[in-house]
Design a protein around this ligand. Structure first.
Ligand code: SAH
Length: 255
C-alpha cells in the first residue's frame, strides 16, 4: 500500500479552529488528573492539554508523520506510537483515567466498545465523533437512533451531547457534521444482573431491531420460551437500560 492510500484509513481530519479545540479541552472535568488523548495529529487539542495543571498526560498516535511532528513541537510530551485499539492501557495507568480526542471516525464504535470494556478504569470521555454516532450514543429509548452503545454505555455513564461542529473547521473537511459528547462515570459499580448476559441480550435485541424481543432473542438462542414478561412483545428500541437489566435477570433465572 502506498503512503497516501494508507493514510486514507486513518480518518485524518485536522481541526483548524483553536476556539473549538479549547472548548473541547475545557469540557474535561478538573478532577480528571490522568488523561490520554487518542489521535492527536498535529496537536490542536494537545497544546491546550499540555498546559493543564496537575495532569499525568499521554497521547497515542498511529501515524508516523504526526508522531514526528509532535516530538519536534512538544519535546516533553509522552507520545506513544501505536494503535489505541491494541494498546494495553493498564501498562500506562494504574488507576482510573480519562480519554479525550477528536477521534478517527472509522474506529469510533470500536473506541466506545473499548471504553465499555474498560468501564472500571475509564472515568470520563470527552470526544468528537461523527454527528450521527454522537446522536446515537446520546439517544434515549424510543428514538430510531437508540442502539447497542446507547444502552450499554448508559448503564455505567451519564452521557451528554455537548455541541455540534461544522465540517468547514476541518482540513480536509469531512463529508459529515461532527459533534462533541461527554461520558461521565455514574456511581454504578456492578449491575444487578449477569453483565455478560446483559451484553448478549442487548446485542441480540438490536441486531434484529424490527422483530419483537421474543423473536430476536429466540433466534440468538437465548432461552425465552418459558419467560412471560410483557417486554418481550416490545422491540429493543422501546426498552430503557433498566428494562434490559430486569429482562436479563428474568432470563438468567431460566438458565
Ligand atoms: N486530534 C487531531 C487529529 C484528528 S484526525 C485534530 O483534531 O486535528 C484523527 C487522528 O487519529 C489522526 O491523527 C490519525 O492518524 C489518528 N489515528 C487513526 N487511527 C488511530 C488509532 N487506531 N490509534 C491512534 N491514533 C489513530
Amino acid at each position: 500500500m502506498t503512503e497516501v492510500k494508507a493514510k486514507k484509513f486513518l480518518g485524518q481530519h485536522f481541526l483548524t479552529d483553536d476556539g473549538i479545540a479549547r472548548r473541547i479541552v475545557d469540557s474535561l472535568s478538573p478532577e480528571s488528573h490522568s488523561v490520554i488523548e487518542i489521535g492527536p495529529g498535529m496537536g490542536v487539542l494537545t497544546k491546550f492539554l499540555i498546559d493543564r495543571a496537575d495532569t499525568d498526560f499521554h497521547v497515542i498516535e498511529i501515524d508516523r508523520e504526526s508522531v514526528a511532528y509532535l516530538h519536534d513541537h512538544y519535546p516533553s510530551l509522552h507520545v506513544i506510537e501505536g494503535d489505541f485499539l491494541r494498546f494495553d492501557l493498564s501498562a500506562l495507568f494504574h488507576e482510573s483515567f480519562a480519554i479525550i480526542g477528536n477521534f478517527p471516525y472509522n474506529i469510533s464504535s470500536q473506541i466506545l466498545f473499548r471504553v465499555f470494556d474498560c468501564r472500571q478504569s475509564v472515568t470520563e470521555v470527552v470526544g468528537m465523533f461523527q454527528k450521527e454516532v454522537a446522536e446515537r450514543v446520546a439517544a434515549g429509548p424510543g428514538s430510531k437512533t437508540y442502539g447497542i452503545l446507547s444502552v450499554l454505555l448508559s448503564a455505567f455513564y451519564d452521557i451528554e451531547y455537548l455541541f455540534t461542529v461544522h465540517e468547514n473547521v476541518f482540513n480536509p473537511p469531512p463529508k459529515v457534521k461532527s459533534a462533541v459528547i461527554r461520558l461521565r462515570r455514574n456511581g454504578v459499580q456492578t449491575l444487578s444482573c449477569d453483565e455478560a448476559l446483559f451484553v448478549r441480550v442487548v446485542k441480540a435485541g438490536f441486531n434484529q431491531r424490527r422483530k419483537t424481543l421474543r423473536n430476536a432473542l429466540r433466534s440468538a438462542s437465548l432461552p425465552v420460551e418459558s419467560v412471560s414478561v410483557e417486554v418481550l412483545a416490545k422491540r429493543a428500541e422501546q426498552l430503557s437500560t433498566a428494562d434490559f437489566i430486569n429482562l436479563t435477570k428474568v432470563i438468567e433465572s431460566c438458565l
